[in-house]
Ligand binder design. Structure first.
Ligand SMILES: Cc1ncc(COP(=O)(O)O)c(C=O)c1O
Length: 383
């Protein structure tokens, strides 16, 4: 990164990473960078122990169930495909929402188009929240999965998943949440929220590198494998092993990424998740207040910043968001994300299709000077 770049695209991926994460990745990979669980030599056993320790760390972080039910994947998209395709028995009904990212919408759409599932997508209100009652009303005798984006990557609104979890629990419907945006900023509590599965990605606010993500599952939620291959166990059989976590981890896992994820989680614990949230929301409040005083700006879903993540989506009236992003980048060295943010239905409902909007998302390393620089840039652009 050029020293003067102001990076405000942390909802895409957090950048830069804490030096402690980079350091741990180098040091631990130097010592344990072999294929875990595939050999009986000492180093392979120690690498397996390291990875299993990190499964425990992930379980604790999400107040999950069993470390063996933590499945490592490439990212949230990969984890969500494993979950959705694995659970898609012909004839089932699935409930999701119009707030979802394409990593949920596309596998569900694919299954519906092929006549495998039926699907209902619940709406969100003018402030970006789902009504749990809409989920309740959509449940029918064939419903076997409700899958909801915990926090919108376009509007930043945090959804009432505790309430939805309670409804699903009462109706014996599996409940999954996509915590790609929330994990690492606000605590996630699988057990007390009655969540059966979470899908996470390591490279956003969990502060790890790209290429690592995963699932944490409740014991008893069985996910058949939808990919097959080497696991290091039951190798005599041509059937995929049914043992967790290996049944859903075909092929050699990403040891370097898992080490980075672990270091990211450790960093969050050290700084304190509530301190991270306070810091980033303090900056968001300042950004919102400074920008909302400007004319011709349209801010989306941030009248109240309660139950909100540190991200802000906006447009300048009469200006293509791609042009605004290019000017912020080219003239002011401010990196933001423009367009549809892989959440096309959100933009359809906001009336911002086809060009989308500009998203500012704050991270651990942003400062008040960055907010002042954004305000200055907007004043110049609006002149
Ligand atoms: C809500 C949400 N879900 C899923 C994803 C996909 O994450 P990944 O690209 O790491 O698979 C994202 C990434 O932007 C997201 O914001």
């Amino acid at each position: 990164m050029y020293p003067e770049t102001i990076y405000l695209d942390n909802a895409a991926t957090s950048f830069p990473k804490p030096p402690e994460v980079i350091h741990a990745m180098l040091e631990d990979y130097k010592r344990f960078g072999v294929s875990p669980g595939r050999g009986s030599y000492d180093l392979a056993v120690r690498a397996e122990e390291l990875v299993n320790g990190i499964r425990r760390q992930v379980t604790d972080f999400f107040s999950g169930y069993d470390p063996n039910r933590v499945i490592f994947s490439y990212n949230a998209t990969d984890a969500l495909n494993t979950l959705i395709l694995g659970l898609a028995e012909p004839g089932i009904h699935v409930i999701s929402s119009r707030l979802e990212h394409n990593s949920v919408l596309r596998p569900l759409h694919h299954l519906r188009e092929h006549g495998i599932i039926s699907l209902d997508l619940v709406p969100f209100d003018s402030q970006g929240f789902i009504d749990p009652d809409d989920v309740k009303k959509a449940i029918n005798p064939k419903t076997s999965l409700v899958i909801i984006n915990h926090a919108s990557n376009v509007m930043g609104t945090i959804q009432p998943v505790q309430e939805i979890g309670r409804i699903c629990h009462e109706q014996s419907v599996a409940f999954a949440i996509d915590v790609s945006q929330s994990a690492g900023i606000i605590p996630v509590d699988m057990k007390s929220w009655h969540v059966d599965a979470i899908a996470f990605t390591g490279h956003k606010s969990l502060l790890g590198p790209t290429g690592i993500g995963g699932l944490a599952l409740r014991d008893g939620l069985d996910i058949p494998a939808s990919r097959f291959g080497g696991t290091g166990v039951d190798s005599y059989s041509l059937f995929q092993t049914s043992d967790y976590p290996y049944r859903l981890e075909a092929g050699t896992i990403n040891v370097l990424g898992i080490i980075g994820l672990s270091a990211g989680l450790a960093h969050i614990s050290q700084v304190g998740i509530e301190n991270i949230y306070r810091h980033e929301m303090d900056l968001l409040n300042k950004l919102r207040d400074r920008l909302s005083a400007l004319k011709r700006l349209r801010l989306y879903c941030c009248d109240s910043l309660i139950n909100h993540l540190p991200l802000l989506t906006l447009n300048i009236e009469g200006m293509n968001p791609a042009d605004l992003g290019a000017i912020l980048d080219g003239d002011f060295n401010i990196s933001v994300r423009t367009g549809l943010h892989c959440a096309p239905l959100v933009h359809e409902d906001l009336g911002t299709t086809p060009h989308g909007s500009v998203r500012f998302s704050l991270g651990l390393f942003n400062t008040e000077e960055h907010i002042v620089a954004v305000e200055k840039a907007f004043k110049t652009i609006l002149e």
